[in-house]
Design a protein around this ligand. Sequence first.
Ligand code: ATP
Ligand code: MG
Length: 350
Amino acid sequence: KPLVFSGVQPTGNLHLGNYLGAIRKFVALQANNDCIYCVVDMHALTAQLVHEDMPNQTRSITAAFLAAGIDPEKHIVFNQSAVPGHAELAWIFNCVARIGWMNRMTQFKDKAGKDREQASLGLYAYPSLMAADILLYRATHVPVGDDQKQHLELTRDIAMKFNLDYMEHIRRTGYGIDITVGDEPVHAYFPMVEPLIDGPAPRVMSLRDGTKKMSKSDASDLSRINLLDDEENISKKIRKAKTDPDGLPSELAGLAGRPEADNLVGIYAALADKSKADVLSEFGGQQFSVFKPALVDLAVHVLSPITMEMRRLMADPGHIDAVLRDGSARARARADVTMKQVRDIIGFLY
Ligand code: ATP
Ligand code: MG
C-alpha cells in the first residue's frame, strides 16, 4: 500500500483552505492507503516562539481531523514533538540541504517579512524539518495545498542528494529500495515523494484579497472562513467577500484576471465536488447577489456537521489526548526503524 503523510500546524483557527487543500484529501486517501497525519507542533515555533495555548491548539487540529472523518485506529494521528526522530532527521537534512536551495523558498520570504535578519533560524530551516517529517516514514504521497509545492520539490532534492551521497553505504547496509527517477533505475534509501495537489481549489485565496492565500495567521478574520464559524459568520464573510462589479462568466476563460471571482467559483466547485466549468454552466450570467447566497448555503451544508463534531470532541480533551498518545507510540515505533537504519547508513555508533 502507498504510504501517505501530511501535517497541519497548530497555529490558529483552521479554515476552508486547510479543509479543501488538505484535510478533505486526508479523509479520501484513507480508503486505499496507509496514512499518517500529524499535528506539526514543532513547525509552529518557527514563526512565533511562544504560543498562548499550544495544548488546546494541538487538540483542536486533532479534533478537526477526527471530525472530518479520519480514523485514528486504522491510520495514525499524532503530534510531531512526541516523536524525536523528526528533529533528529531534520538535523541530518540540514547538513544535506544547501543554503542556495533554501534561499529560493518563497514561504520563507513571505513569512520573514522585511526584516529578514530577525527571522528565526527555524523559519529558514522549516522545509528541512518538513522533509524529515515525510521521509522519516519513507512516505511516497503527500496531500497538500498548492502553497507547499515548492517544499515538496525540495524534499525530493534532499532525498536525492542523500541517496546519491550515501549510495555506497546504502548498498553495503542492504536497506535500499529500487526506485525509478525519470526513466533511470536508482538504488535509493528515501523514495521520491509525489505531491497530491489537485481539484478545483488547490490554493484557496483570502476573501479580502484574491492575490493572497487564505491563512490561519492572517490578521483579518474576515479573510477566511474558519471551520468553527457558525452559519451567521459564514454568511457575513461571504456576503462581504471582495468581488468585482461584473457577474459570473459562462466560460472558464472569463475568470482570467478576476482573482476574487475565480476564487469563489473554485470554492463552490470544490465544496460541491464539481468542476469550475460545471459551476459556470449553472451560474454563468448571474450576479454575485445570486451566487453568494448559494455559496453560503453550500458552505454551511458541508461545514456545519464538521463544526458540530469538532465542538463535541473538544469537550472531551482526555479522549483527544488518548488518541494522540496512541498515535505517537505507533509513529515512534516506525520512526525508530528508519532512524536506526539512517544511523547505520551514516556510520553513527549507538
Ligand atoms: P499558517 O498561516 O500558520 O502557515 P496555514 O493556513 O498556511 O497556516 P498550515 O498548517 O501551514 O496552514 O498548512 C496546512 C495545510 O493546509 C497544508 O497542506 C497547506 O498547503 C494547506 N493550506 C494552507 N492554506 C491553504 C489555502 N489557502 N488553500 C489550500 N490549501 C491550504
Ligand atoms: Mg502555512
